[in-house]
Design a protein around this ligand. Structure first.
Ligand code: BES
Ligand code: MN
Ligand code: ZN
Length: 496
């Protein structure tokens, strides 16, 4: 879809979209267009009891006196409640409506629309961003789509008085590309996306100036990554570790690091998961997907910061060669782990990936993302990712980036008691801590592989990587959660 920003008069063809505040039909674009339409818009509003209340929509098809296909009026409610989040919800809702109405082109009338405290350029750019994000589709395996099932909407013109909106959008557009990459990765079926093919997708980021290194089993064996390798040993697909470096900041300055869980399919292994719903475990690489998308976003907009993204890629399968409950593995850190449940595999992958990341890059901060525990979904549903963090400044900064982007976080506890839960009788630790506080004991496990003094945050995104219903800026399916969060966190803390 193509987005333009213009100060021109509203077009005489296609759809026109006008947002209005409550009781705001008397002025702005609505009033002007109503006059051209001989008052028919106001009559329609009256007949529909439309006053501009939040979430009210007035759809005037083939309006009298105009050649436009329709005029869509979106109520946004009281101006003082209108901020960035509402602007994006509006953009997403507009796009969804235009798509279902099968419009080909639309103009959004934002000139003079300035509710609340939000700046005109920010408003215009984020309405466009949200529309773009909502229009995402993953259709590549639908070979029988009829012409009338394919989306029509090709052009959105944002009519705004702002001159800066276009430049702002150009940056956000790169972030949206990163979100789309993550959604693509998360949506791919597990027979297509496995460690090696995932690594190949990462290698494509070299075009953006990202340095990509891929380690195979041989290299990882040499490094002593017994935990990550143990998870993948039952799979016919070779495990991989991918490092993506974007060094857009000062030469020689330590980077910040993202580490992602990339289990391309999680059957549970020998501790096999139940059949119903197992297909969901194709998106158990959502953390790695978010890290990859974030690297694409940062490189795409040429972020002035040093950032590395490391992802551990494995497939967790039951097999004659699979790891067993009772196995003891040795991690790269030298610590040993008693495997009591082969379905608690994500933490094993992260243990070695995080250790390697610290040894290799001495990062200023480590943020890991993982679809780690079902318990996280029980606790926070699909509203927040859980954040376990050992550094107050890092905590504040991530919460702030979450608020700014809508990729919301909720801080969870991680204390000594959680570390006690993973004590083993036979090894340095065990890989499960029991049902109670399952997300915190999983975080504690990862914490055992974080070096003293290393600022670290663990984001459990199990409830966020996939959505079974449409969201304001994301159609159902892969959400791309985490890309905007990480991008914004880098923007606010490491650039400029
Ligand atoms: N990938 C799952 C967690 C998950 C569950 C993500 C549902 C998204 C939706 C993870 O590997 C897992 O199986 N965790 C177990 C841990 C348990 C065995 C300690 C869980 O949460 O049940
Ligand atoms: Mn599992
Ligand atoms: Zn898993």
């Amino acid at each position: 879809m193509q987005f333009t920003f213009t100060k021109a008069a509203l077009p005489k063809t296609g759809a026109i979209v006008i947002p209005v505040i409550e009781n705001g039909l008397g002025d702005g674009a609505f009033a002007a267009l109503n006059e051209a339409a001989s008052g028919s818009l106001a009559r329609a509003a009256k007949a529909a009891n439309f006053t501009g209340k939040k979430d009210q929509v007035l759809d005037v098809i083939a309006p009298q006196g105009l050649d436009n296909t329709r005029v869509l009026v979106f109520g946004v409610g009281a101006p003082k409640t209108f901020g960035l989040e509402e602007a994006e919800a509006l953009g997403g809702a507009i796009c969804a409506r235009l798509l279902s109405a099968r419009e080909k082109s639309a103009a959004i009338a934002l000139e003079g629309f300035a509710p609340g405290g939000i700046e005109a350029d920010v408003l215009a750019a984020h309405v466009a961003l949200a529309a773009k994000l909502r229009a995402y589709r993953f259709d590549k395996y639908r070979t029988k789509l009829e012409a009338d099932q394919k989306p029509q909407l090709a052009k959105i013109a944002v009519h705004t008085g702002s001159t800066k909106a276009k430049t702002l959008f150009a940056e956000l557009d790169k972030v949206a590309d990163g979100v789309f990459l993550t959604r693509d990765l998360v949506s791919e079926p597990p027979n297509v996306l496995y460690p090696e093919s995932f690594a190949a997708r990462c290698a494509e980021l070299e075009e953006l100036g990202v340095k990509v290194t891929v380690l195979g089993v041989k290299e990882m064996k040499k490094l002593g990554m017994g935990a990550l390798l143990g998870v993948g040993q039952g799979s016919a697909r070779e495990s991989k570790l991918v490092a993506m470096e974007w060094m857009g900041g000062k030469k020689g300055q330590a980077p910040v690091a993202f580490v992602g869980k990339g289990v391309t399919f999680d059957t549970g292994g020998i501790s096999l998961k139940p059949g119903p719903g197992m297909e969901d475990m194709k998106w158990d690489m959502g953390g790695a997907g978010a890290v990859t998308g974030a690297m694409a976003a940062l490189a795409g907009r040429k972020a002035k910061a040093n950032v590395v993204g490391v992802i551990g890629l494995v497939e967790n399968m039951p097999d004659g060669n699979a790891q067993r409950p009772g196995d003891i593995v040795k991690t790269m850190s030298g610590q040993t782990v008693e495997i009591l449940n082969t379905d608690a595999e994500g933490r094993l992958v992260l243990a070695d990936a995080i250790w390697w990341t610290q040894e290799t890059y001495k990062p200023k901060a480590v943020v890991d993302l993982a679809t780690l525990t079902g318990a996280m979904v029980i606790a926070l549903a699909h509203e927040f990712a859980g954040m376990f963090v050992n550094d107050e400044k890092l905590c504040e900064a991530l919460l702030k980036a979450g608020e700014a982007t809508g990729d919301k976080l909720w801080r969870m506890p991680l204390v000594k008691a959680h570390y006690e839960m993973i004590k083993s009788d036979v090894a340095d630790m065990k890989n499960i801590g029991g049902r109670d506080g399952g997300s915190s004991s999983a975080a504690a496990f990862i914490g055992r592989f974080v070096k003293d003094g290393q600022a670290w945050a663990h984001l459990d995104i199990a409830g966020m990587a996939w959505s079974t219903k449409d969201l304001p800026t994301s159609p159902k399916g892969g959400t791309g959660y985490g890309v905007r969060l990480l991008d914004e966190w880098v923007r606010q803390n490491y650039e400029g």
